[in-house]
Design a protein around this ligand. Structure first.
Ligand code: DGY
Length: 338
C-alpha cells in the first residue's frame, strides 16, 4: 500500500511540475498561455531556425510546432526529455513519426477545427480561377479600358461540371459539399470507400458522389482539387502524366501540400495549354514560387493561408496547447497522430 501511495504521489508531483515548452514559430500567445498556465514558455514571436530549434530541443519537455519545422530524425535525436510535439496544423509531414515513436515522444496535430475554413479557401481558389477574377481585377486596377461586353472575360461555369477530389478526409469532404452546393457532381479518389451521405444531401440536382480510380478522376474532372496528406505515395501525384490525362479545359486546385504537385511539370502544362488554369495556396519549395507562375494570367496564387481565419487559428492554437497540457499531465492527447 505504501508503495502505491508513493507512486501516486510521484505521479501527482510530476503532473503539476513546471515544464519547459518551446514554441517554434509565431503563435497566438494569449490563447497558448491560457491553455498552459504555470509552465515556462519560450518563443512564439518568431520562426526558430534549425540551429535555434536544435539548441532548445535538448532541454524541452514539449514543442508547440509549425508545419515548416524540420523535425527529422537527427533533430528529434537531440531531445533528452521531450514528451510531446504539439503540431499546430492538420498536416505533419515535417515530423519523422518513426523517430518520434522510437524516442517515446507523442505527436499530436489539429484536425477537426480547420476543415471548413480550409475548404472555404479551396473553393475561393476554384471560383477565382474558373471565373478569372484575379485576371479581371488586375485588368481594372491597371486602368485598362472596359465596358459591359457580352463576350468579355468569359470563364467556366460550375453547374453540372465535375469536381474531382483527391483525398476525401475532413477537408476534402467539406470541399465536396461546397461543390455540390454550386451544382457540381462530385467524384473522389481515396484509399477507402467513404460515407458520402452529407455530400449527397446538399443538392437534389447533383449526381450521387462516386469513388473512382485516379485515371478516371483525372480524365473526367473539370476541376481537380487536392486534399490528400503528403506521403511517399502522394508526392507528385500530379505529375506530367497526370496533367496529360486531364482535360485541356480543366483546372487544378491545390490547398494540400505543394509537393503533391510536380511544380515544373505544372508550369509546362500551363504554358502549353495542357490544362486551363490552376489555383494554388501551397508550393513545392515554399515560400519560393516558380517565377513563371507569377506572370501567368490563368493562375491564382495565395501564400498558404488555407486555415487563416482568426477563430480557426485560435481553435488550432488552443487544441495544440491542450494536447500538450494533457500529455504533460499524463493524460491521453485529444488528437494524437496515430
Ligand atoms: C494544415 O493545417 O496542415 C494547413 O496546411 C495549415 O493551413
Amino acid at each position: 500500500m505504501w508503495a502505491t501511495l508513493l507512486l501516486q504521489r510521484v505521479v501527482v508531483t510530476y503532473s503539476n511540475a513546471m515544464a519547459r515548452i518551446i514554441v517554434t514559430a509565431p503563435q497566438l500567445m494569449s490563447v497558448v498561455n491560457e491553455e498552459l498556465p504555470g509552465h515556462e514558455i519560450v518563443g512564439g514571436d518568431h520562426f526558430m531556425d534549425r540551429q535555434e530549434l536544435a539548441d532548445h530541443i535538448a532541454t524541452a519537455d514539449a514543442l508547440l510546432t509549425s508545419l515548416s519545422d524540420p523535425l527529422d530524425a537527427e533533430m528529434i535525436g537531440k531531445a533528452a526529455k521531450l514528451k510531446v510535439i504539439g503540431q499546430c496544423a492538420a498536416g505533419f509531414n515535417n515530423i519523422d513519426l518513426g523517430a518520434a515513436k522510437q524516442a517515446g515522444v507523442v505527436v499530436t496535430a489539429t484536425p477537426g477545427v480547420l476543415h471548413e475554413t480550409t475548404a472555404d479557401l479551396a473553393f475561393t481558389l476554384l471560383l477565382e480561377v474558373t471565373r478569372r477574377t484575379g485576371e479581371a481585377e488586375r485588368w481594372v486596377r491597371a486602368g485598362k479600358a472596359w465596358r459591359y461586353d457580352h463576350t468579355f472575360m468569359l470563364g467556366a461555369g460550375l453547374q453540372g461540371a465535375t469536381l474531382g477530389i483527391i483525398g476525401l478526409g475532413q477537408i476534402g469532404e467539406a470541399m465536396a459539399r461546397r461543390g455540390a452546393a454550386f451544382g457540381m457532381n462530385v467524384i473522389y479518389n481515396a484509399r477507402h470507400q467513404k460515407n458520402v451521405a452529407a455530400i449527397d444531401a446538399v443538392n437534389p440536382n447533383t449526381q450521387p458522389t462516386r469513388r473512382v480510380d485516379l485515371d478516371e478522376l483525372l480524365a473526367a474532372s473539370d476541376v481537380v482539387s487536392l486534399h490528400c496528406p503528403l506521403t511517399e505515395e502522394t508526392r507528385h501525384i500530379i505529375d506530367e502524366n497526370a496533367l496529360n490525362a486531364m482535360k485541356k479545359t480543366a483546372y487544378l486546385v491545390n490547398t494540400a501540400r505543394g509537393a503533391c504537385v510536380d511544380e515544373a511539370a505544372l508550369v509546362k502544362a500551363l504554358k502549353t495549354g495542357l490544362i486551363a488554369g490552376a489555383g494554388l495556396d501551397v508550393f513545392e519549395d515554399e515560400p519560393t514560387i516558380t517565377e513563371d507562375l507569377l506572370t501567368m494570367e490563368n493562375v491564382v496564387l495565395l501564400p498558404h493561408i488555407g486555415s487563416a481565419a482568426l477563430p480557426t487559428r485560435e481553435a488550432m492554437s488552443r487544441l495544440a496547447a491542450r494536447n500538450i497540457a494533457k500529455v504533460l499531465s499524463g493524460e491521453p492527447a485529444e488528437t494524437p497522430v496515430e
